[in-house]
Design a protein around this ligand. Structure first.
Ligand code: PMP
Length: 361
């Protein structure tokens, strides 16, 4: 197959212009006679790549000077424990708002390191909702409050973030970073694995308040698990994932070229509406997992009347060149991940397929 409609949940579709730009200079980067993968991470050619990616991210997300941008390895999953190693001292509590499997995992890791608490949970609704900010319980002992901005598996998303003033707000934004405008200054830490909206897997972006780094007591924390190590060395204490950071830069150039985050957000809303309208107008044939007000604009999760029909729909989709529409193994059904790089026409084609399938069944 020469091209497909890629609805993978992550690693996911990358913007074609970013891949084409990388292809063009794959064998000879910037007249160095080498690929970017073969450069020393201490060379000035690589340094330009590194600074370029940071600068573009800073501009696109409007990241204030109070915050540092770090490139870390180990995925978002390592952040679950790294943030607790740095910001969860013995006498304090890490507060977690549970909105799905990834927040459960974040809580589990932090619980290995220190005291934690569930500030609010949407588990009873089978993670079909986002708790109302008024339901979130805090204590005087809170070290931080952790949320998952978009729930990749269940297909829910925070529309407005809780206003937290007594402790830093930490957000796992792995599956919706750069999909909409956010006020970075209201977060102590934002982290995201790159492999959905930012680029290929291999690099995790952390956007972190420098004050938090400076106040953390990390004497007993291994060097590579301290945010200060990354901050003081511009994420070059050891070898960074150079190719992933290079391609991140190419993806960010593409975002900039199409008008930045505001333009992306408008297209994302249009894409999601195509699919949610199809679900809503299907007389119950397609059922969305998420409650309407908590619907994710990144992961559209739905079921068909029974498992047999779901499987038959997925088979037809596969034949027609749609990739990655199976729901996560933990909830089944279907999921269309429609990150930034998934074009509007792919969503329009999926809508047509859903309508056609419903009419013939
Ligand atoms: N958090 C969220 C919201 C995710 O969607 C994922 C991956 N799908 C993770 C964390 C884990 O990311 P990683 O594989 O980079 O550790």
């Amino acid at each position: 197959m020469s091209s497909v409609y890629n609805f993978n949940a992550g690693p996911a579709a990358l913007p074609k212009p970013a891949l084409e730009a990388a292809e063009k200079e794959l064998l000879n980067f910037n007249q160095t006679g080498m690929s970017v993968m073969e450069l020393s991470h201490r060379s000035s050619d690589y340094d330009q790549v590194h600074q370029h990616a940071k600068q573009l991210l800073k501009t696109l997300l409007d990241i204030p000077d109070t915050h540092d941008i770090l490139f870390i390895q180990g995925g978002a999953s390592l952040q679950f424990s790294m943030l607790a190693y740095n910001f969860l001292p013995k006498n304090k509590v890490g507060q977690y708002v549970l909105t799905g499997s990834w927040s459960e995992k974040a809580l589990k890791e932090a619980s290995i390191i220190g005291q934690t608490n569930i500030a609010a949970s949407a588990k009873e609704s089978h993670y079909s909702t986002i708790p109302d900010p008024s339901e979130i319980m805090f204590t005087d002992q809170d070290a931080y409050v952790h949320i998952t901005s978009n729930n990749t598996i269940y297909g829910t998303q925070w529309k407005a973030f809780p206003q937290i003033h007594h402790a830093p707000l930490i957000a796992d934004m792995s599956s919706d970073i750069l999909s909409r405008k956010i006020d970075v200054s209201s977060f102590g830490l934002i982290y995201a694995g790159a492999q959905k909206n930012l680029g290929p897997s291999g690099v995790t972006v952390a956007i972190i308040d420098k004050k938090l780094i400076n106040e953390a007591d990390t004497e007993k924390v291994p060097t590579m698990l301290r945010y200060s190590t990354f901050s003081q060395n511009d994420s070059l204490y050891n070898t960074p994932p150079t190719f992933s950071i290079y391609l991140l830069g190419k993806v960010l150039e593409w975002v900039e070229s199409i008008g930045g985050v505001e333009s992306i957000a408008a297209v994302n809303a249009e894409k999601a509406a195509l699919l949610y309208d199809t679900i809503d107008q299907s007389d119950g044939f397609y059922k969305g997992h998420a409650e309407t007000k908590s619907r994710s604009l990144m992961n559209v999760t739905f079921t068909l009347p029974n498992e047999e029909l779901s499987q038959s729909f997925l088979r037809l989709a596969k034949e027609r060149g749609f990739v990655g529409l199976n729901g996560h193994r933990s909830i089944g059904g279907c999921r269309a991940s429609i990150y930034n790089a998934v074009p509007l026409d792919a969503c329009a084609a999926l809508r047509e397929l859903m309508i056609e399938f419903k009419q013939s069944h």
